[in-house]
Design a protein around this ligand. Sequence first.
Ligand SMILES: Nc1ncnc2c1ncn2[C@@H]1O[C@H](COP(=O)(O)OP(=O)(O)OP(=O)(O)O)[C@@H](O)[C@H]1O
Ligand SMILES: [Mg+2]
Length: 236
Amino acid sequence: MFCIEVENVSKSYGQKLALNSVSFRIPCGEKWCLLGPNGAGKTTTLKLLVGLLKPDSGIIRVGGYDPTSQEARALLGYLPEDATPYLTLSVRENLEYIGALRQVENLTHRVDEIIDYLGLNEFEKSKVGTLSRGNRQKLAIALAVLHRPKILLLDEPLNYLDIPTQERVVSLFRSMQDTTFLVSTHIMSIAQRLTNSAIVLVQGRVVWSGSIPELRAMGSEDEPIESVVARLMTGG
Ligand SMILES: Nc1ncnc2c1ncn2[C@@H]1O[C@H](COP(=O)(O)OP(=O)(O)OP(=O)(O)O)[C@@H](O)[C@H]1O
Ligand SMILES: [Mg+2]
């Protein structure tokens, strides 16, 4: 069973072709990363999967459903690239509001748990607009995982986070063993810790996909994985 299916998907913004007949499938429960240079189409791919954009052509299925359906929305969690929670609500209010919309059970307990886990206690009554960028990112992560999604789409998840928080967030994601992950990142250490397989996008096309050990094996013995990936991305 595939939880994410993308078949011959193309997407343009005006004249700009952002995705050019992209296809890939991710089996349920697997952890994949989406790699590619700036402007390759990673964020566009994730936005299509959450139904924020519609493809010009091709088919997308999330948990077997159209991404804009109620069924798909219930399965999905999404951390946008530049997440902006409700700035005039407090941290707790954001979590309680989104949690209520998501019909999270034992919501107060779940909100307490996630505030504690991400170390947001000090800020729970602060308006989000007054938070530092990193603390806002912690809230965005909390909002993405609050309802324990079956399918989690993360766009640069560790951006802005301090190192101890990066470690906590990595543990949090790694504890979600049954969840299907697709993670866009430029940081290969994060890709390797969070995922087992990779899709490499260049100029809107999939140029490579496979397991991370296969990716590493494409380089010479002491070659860093970043150098292998850079070669794939530049066609060198
Ligand atoms: N709203 C938009 N209007 C016009 N062009 C856009 C828009 N959003 C993205 N693009 C273009 O589509 C292409 C893919 O962009 P996208 O944001 O998906 O790339 P990305 O792989 O996420 O890049 P990055 O690593 O910089 O985040 C780029 O050429 C970008 O300029
Ligand atoms: Mg992006």
